[in-house]
Design a protein around this ligand. Structure first.
Ligand SMILES: [Zn+2]
Ligand SMILES: [Zn+2]
Ligand SMILES: [Zn+2]
Ligand SMILES: [Zn+2]
Length: 157
């Protein structure tokens, strides 16, 4: 099965309208009575409460970008430090830059463009079945054909 890694970096700074009910902060659970609040991950935050879990820097000030992984909220620098190295594409063996969407299969990572059957170039969608054989990505058809040629396909009556 195919997994996609996706990042959602977006912080919005909103000014609070005086006539609206104060929003609760997702960090400290108190009401936000400041003039400005931050909106990120579909939640509202005090400017002081949206912080990097690693270095405590205020993310509202750091280029308005945040990164999440495994329920951690991180600044770009810490995200890169912890998760930035995605490694080399198992198909074309070129480096995959951090923050690019990748396909994962077992321990291998692939560029999105490289993740296709290596015999017939068929692309896979999320949820499609694919097979790994000798570290080659194969579609079901080519995988079964390969088994047949090698003569250990399951007996079909
Ligand atoms: Zn707060
Ligand atoms: Zn940080
Ligand atoms: Zn590649
Ligand atoms: Zn194929």
């Amino acid at each position: 099965f195919v997994f996609l890694d996706k990042l959602e970096p977006r912080i919005q700074m909103l000014s609070v309208q005086p006539d609206t009910k104060p929003k609760g902060c997702a960090g400290c659970n108190r009401k936000i009575k400041d003039r400005y609040l931050l909106k990120a991950l579909d939640k509202y935050w005090h400017e002081d409460c949206l912080k990097c879990a690693c270095c405590d820097c205020r993310l509202g000030e750091v280029g308005s970008t945040l990164y999440t992984k495994a329920n951690l909220i991180l600044c770009r620098r810490d995200y890169l430090r912890l998760f930035g190295v995605t490694g080399n594409c198992a198909a074309c063996s070129k480096l995959i830059p951090a923050f690019e969407m990748v396909m994962r299969a077992k321990d291998n990572v692939y560029h999105l463009d490289c993740f296709a059957c290596q015999l017939c170039n068929q692309r896979f969608c999320v949820g499609d079945k694919f097979f790994l054989k000798n570290n080659m990505i194969l579609c079901q058809t080519d995988y079964e054909e390969g088994l047949m040629k090698e003569g250990y396909a399951p007996q079909v009556r």
